[in-house]
Design a protein around this ligand. Sequence first.
Ligand code: FAD
Ligand code: MLT
Ligand code: ZN
Length: 470
Amino acid sequence: MYSDFIKGLIDVLGSDGVLQHPTELEPYLTDWRAIFKGQALAVVFPKTSSEVQTIVQLCQEFAIAIVPQGGNTNLTGSATPEKTGQQIVLSTKRMNKIRSIDLENQTMVVEAGCILQTIQEKAAQLGLLFPLSLAAEGSCTIGGNLATNAGGINVLRYGNTRDLCLGIEAVTAGGEVLDGLRGLRKDNTGYDLRNLIIGSEGTLAIITAAVIKLFPAPVSRCAAYIAVNDYSVIVKLLHALQKKAANELCAFEIMSKESLDLTQSHFPQFSHPIFNQSEYTLLIELAEFDQHSIAHQLLEDVLSTDLEKGTIQDVLIATSLTQVKQFWAIREHITLAQAKELGNIKFDISFEISKIGPFIQSTSQLLIARYPGIRIINFGHFGDGNLHFNLCPPIGVDQNYFTHHEESISALVYDQISLFNGSISAEHGIGQLKRDYLAKHRGNTAYQMMQEIKKTLDPKQLLNPHKVLR
Ligand code: FAD
Ligand code: MLT
Ligand code: ZN
């Protein structure tokens, strides 16, 4: 039976479009953090939406499930097939064309497998901006960004990926093409299917193309690196900038001392540019949209007053684009530094801004009391309420420390998240990592509605089964 199925795939895609050899399959069978490991019958590489459609129809016929995969940079095991070896991975790598650009409408039609950085570069060539930005942008795809509703560093000004998309084309589990490639900014015609599919992590449809929004490019970027000891100052600074430079404020990132120390220990080439003993360091970016912008001056004014009063410990405002990029390189290497530490637990969570500080304080106290020496590596997109609350085992414990304690640590942190009314996934999605926590977190009614949607749109469980929902 499988040989007929594989023959059918090769008939559609040619033999170079179907990988089967175990060593060739390898990179597609595990996630970026190498936590989850699966098996697959084959990895397939369609080039067009109609090839995706034919593959889905073939999978229907043979009852074979499909795991869509873009850049495979997700942090939740969402694009890793199950261990059964009876699923296929559908890679969008070859669907990477920019189909069209509409300068008047400020939109671009891109195929799902376009690499995010390629899209950013194309927009820049046109003198425009595609503002989605994250450390994995050199390898993640727009299809994956949409399927996870990725956030990143510019959510404060431009929103999540959902807010950057006006239309999608997708292949349904029934093998139909949903053609929604329209660049309309207003369209209230029935249920919003685009927004249902965005963020559904490949469980409801396979996205094949999208209409994305472009924006005016800033004429320059202005960034500051700020050392702060007193947590309450961080919130005041955010409010001051939102009041004085709301249109320009793009990014407001927080990095704890521990997260920077860890980064420096693995990547000593990224030296800390200012006083590095403060509890927190902020990385703030403002975009300047015209030559006469006073954003830079505003930033200087706000920060110099705080520096004089002693409410912030040190500050450095970048004087060149190279320096702006150096600041960001440090921030982006936190995740890479953590990946070098064996065994860590990641919590990608969000809160109302007022609750971030109390959550960090209370949860850290509980963790340190129960697991002496545990290292709390927190950082994140403070301006939009998204905290990356990550844990590394105490120095010197054996490699399996977290294998023994992960369940109890997760229970503690998830209880705290619900106490502070936060979300268990701000931007990375659910995948398989958080699947078993979703029902409790969202409550019975919401969870049942999600199950009903899945049953209706994918009754045979063909699309990424057992991800997001149990
Ligand atoms: P994949 O990992 O290939 O897939 C992710 C999910 O989308 C899976 O469920 C998959 O089945 C589904 N999928 C992929 N393509 C399609 C498609 N065409 N149709 C339907 N479903 C599809 N995320 C953030 O939100 N913000 C960050 O700041 C951020 N920083 C990161 C930094 C690093 C260093 C790394 C490694 C990851 C980071 N991520 C971040 C996570 C990750 O990069 C994003 O989730 C990204 O959007 C995933 O895109 P991808 O193409 O790699 O998708
Ligand atoms: C980031 O903002 O760098 C990420 O979302 C990745 C992480 O959580 O490590
Ligand atoms: Zn993030």
